[in-house]
Ligand binder design. Structure first.
Ligand SMILES: C[S@@+](CC[C@H](N)C(=O)[O-])C[C@H]1O[C@@H](n2cnc3c(N)ncnc32)[C@H](O)[C@@H]1O
Length: 369
């Protein structure tokens, strides 16, 4: 299946509030291995995760001792169409009689129950089967906004999951409201949402370690018509090229400085028709000596170091945050804010280099702008 039509599917899924993209263990491992130190002694909560099916649960349960977690909590949502079906990780007798009830699992300790010296998923399975306090049905439907789940979020230090894309804004707003640390999967389009963009600008949100341009493969329900391939177990796998990790945890790559080599000149860096900034069409070509506002592609956000650059705003049809107060006029005059010589380009992040430049360069630049 072509990437384009899968992205179209994703959009349709989002519109239809069909949010069933199940994360593969390999993608979870690839991202979460970088936060090992940050997980130590913490309560982790996966709040959109059927404990019996989610690979987030599987990852944290299997690595509970290695990560030195204090507690793992997971809750499932009653409306998930595959609850109790497709991705069963454990069969726990008596726990899922009809297979549709939302459950909560709280794990405080994973002992080496089978006595083989290693802690693994068999030990977690043993725990679930034998410790009645570990798994309990939820009273409500497991909605992350329910009172019951909010109580759990309050107890958590770090929330980690792939939440429903259609509720992404609300989901992030809740994490911010309760001042939680989080590592979540979302669509790269969300970077251009006003609320999300503002958090990035304020250095309260950043992309994770996994390069956000590579996309991810997700398991999708059996009845989906469009998918990329079937895996060895016959499950349908869809590729979403616009998926990335969002977090407010420490991410080393956002502390690295981009090496700049190009020098500013008026031919290569034209100005936008309706905004006083230059267009830089490749992140690698950000001119090292330009201190005014520059528009750069969205991929910049995956490399953004707040010590090197300042984010001013976002440029789309209109500006995202309207920092310069230009949007009213743009709406009135039907302007497209990314236009250069009457031709519009893609979404741009408006940035400024924070580094001071020598006085003589600045004077030359000012007379140019
Ligand atoms: C994108 S899927 C990911 C599932 C799982 N976290 C994973 O990564 O494999 C989002 C999940 O959130 C569930 N969900 C949808 N609306 C929800 C809500 N309001 N509260 C909690 N979970 C919800 C869906 O049923 C679905 O299982």
């Amino acid at each position: 299946m072509e990437t384009k039509s899968l992205n179209k599917n994703l959009r349709k899924a989002s519109q239809a509030k069909k949010d069933e993209f199940y994360t593969q263990l390999v993608d979870i491992e690839k991202e979460l291995k970088h936060y090992k130190e940050q997980f130590r002694g913490k309560v982790v909560y996966c709040n959109c995760d059927d404990p019996f099916e989610s690979n987030f649960f599987k990852y944290f349960a299997a690595n509970f001792n290695a990560l030195k977690l204090k507690k793992l909590i997971t809750t499932s949502y009653v409306k998930s169409p595959i609850v109790g079906g497709q991705l069963l990780l454990f069969e726990v007798e008596g726990l899922k009689p009809s297979g549709k009830e939302p459950f909560k699992i709280e794990i405080k300790k994973v002992p080496d129950a089978d006595g083989n010296g290693a802690i693994n998923l068999d030990d977690v399975e043993y725990l679930l089967k034998h410790d009645k306090n570990t798994a309990t049905p939820l009273r409500g439907d497991g909605d992350f906004r329910s009172e019951e789940c909010i109580k759990l979020i309050k107890k958590a230090d770090i929330v980690v999951t792939n939440p429903p894309f259609s509720l992404f804004r609300e989901y992030v707003a809740q994490l911010v409201e309760y001042e939680k640390k989080f590592i979540i999967i979302g669509n790269t389009n969300a970077l251009t949402y006003k609320e999300i963009f503002k958090l990035i600008k304020d250095n309260k949100l950043r992309t994770g370690y996994t390069n956000f341009n590579v996309g991810m493969f997700f398991v999708v329900p059996d009845d989906w018509e469009h998918f990329h391939h079937k895996d060895e177990k016959g499950r349908k796998i869809a590729r979403v090229s616009t998926s990335c990790w969002f977090t407010n945890m420490d991410v080393e790559k956002h502390k690295e400085y981009l090496t700049l080599y190009k020098k500013y000149n008026t031919e290569e860096y034209p100005k936008y028709d309706h905004y006083n900034a230059i267009e830089v069409s490749k992140v690698a070509e950000i001119p090292m000596d330009y201190r005014g506002t520059m528009g750069v592609p969205i991929t910049f956000l995956d490399k953004y170091n707040p010590n090197q650059f300042e984010i001013i705003d976002g440029l789309n049809r209109y500006t995202i945050l309207d920092v310069a107060g230009l949007n009213n006029n743009a709406v009135k005059k039907h302007l497209h804010m990314t236009e250069i010589g009457g031709k519009s380009t893609y979404f741009r992040v408006l940035i400024k280099n924070k580094k001071k430049i020598k006085y003589e360069n600045r004077t030359a630049q000012n007379s140019n702008s």
